[in-house]
Design a protein. Structure first.
Length: 313
């Protein structure tokens, strides 16, 4: 009788011989803002509490200004009320007065909160003002709906720097550079609430049939894609399709390659061709994943196409 190991080995060989998905690779795609996408247009940043608060507020305003169809309202327009409010006051009457001023100035949302930690440890062997060995920035921020006064979301974000472990992450260990970098990283994480942002996903690739020459070529392409060389992988898979137009593994992998460059129309077309040639759960799951990426991209495009005047009307 055959052992369990022998049976498992034969099954694995049969799966490889028939072709299938096993190897994964990483691609980036864009996700829409997590909240307020297409509805929030003008955001004000209150005077935050804590050390380094002014630098953090400026970083938030700069990143808001970089988002299409989003405007950072000059907090000076809302002073002194906003300037003195690192949080929505507990007194309902005072809170409503603050929100009424914000609404009057066309503000849709307020960023409020505090800098929990903004600290660095000087390098003892160098000028303390010039270099650090460790640093840490921690922000606790909330996004307030001006219309209702409710918190749309709140985040505490922390980023740290240790020169001994992360010297390759920063070009300079000067304190100002380190603190600016950590602040920007924290703010970028918070800004996922308000702005489209890149995300990474694992995608499965087809191996091709084991005992065919095209299978060897397909797996060479898979190895390149796993290393991030999508251009090289795509050239190999295209050469396979040129020889074998119905090669479902090469067609499916071309779908993933097209998705890696955000050409979701071509990606969906290739995946459909692969499914028509050979229907597998792997190919169907890949097509579903491509369609999710495409829906994210379409949603971002729709929100960017909405003119500011439409919101103000």
């Amino acid at each position: 009788m055959m052992s369990r190991f022998s049976i498992a080995l034969l099954l694995a060989i049969a799966i490889l011989a028939a072709g299938g998905c096993a190897q994964t690779a990483q691609i980036t795609y864009r996700r829409p803002a997590e909240i307020g996408s297409g509805t929030l247009r003008q955001v004000a940043v209150a005077e935050l509490e804590g050390e380094g608060a002014a630098d953090v507020r400026r970083a938030i305003e700069l990143q808001i200004a970089d988002v299409e169809n989003l405007t950072a309202v000059d907090h000076a327009l809302l002073e002194p009320t906003i300037q003195q409010a690192g949080h929505i006051p507990g007194d309902p009457a005072e809170a409503e007065r603050l929100l009424r001023i914000a609404r009057h100035n066309g503000v849709d949302a307020l960023v409020v909160g505090e800098v929990v930690e903004y600290a660095s440890t000087p390098n003892a062997s160098q000028d303390p003002s010039d270099a650090v060995t460790r640093a840490r920035v921690s922000l606790a921020l909330r996004l307030i709906d001006v219309e209702t006064g409710d918190a749309l979301d709140e985040r505490q974000v922390t980023r740290s720097y240790d020169r001994r472990r992360r010297s390759d992450r920063l070009l300079s260990s000067a304190r100002a550079d380190v603190m600016e970098r950590l602040t920007d990283e924290c703010v970028a994480e918070f800004m996922k609430l308000l702005a489209p942002h890149e995300a990474t996903a694992s995608v499965e690739l087809a191996n091709g049939e084991l005992f065919r020459l095209s299978g060897l070529d397909i797996r060479r392409g898979v190895k390149r894609a796993a290393r991030g060389d999508w251009d090289g992988a795509e050239r190999i898979w295209r050469s396979v399709v040129a020889r074998e137009p119905e090669n479902h593994a090469a067609l499916f992998n071309l779908a993933v390659a097209a998705a890696s460059r955000h050409d979701y129309c071509a990606a969906e077309d290739y995946a459909m061709q692969a499914l028509r040639s050979h229907h597998t759960d792997c190919y169907q799951a890949g097509l579903d994943q491509i369609r999710r990426f495409r829906s994210h991209e379409d949603r971002i495009d729709r929100n960017c196409d909405v003119p500011l005047t439409a919101h103000l009307d």
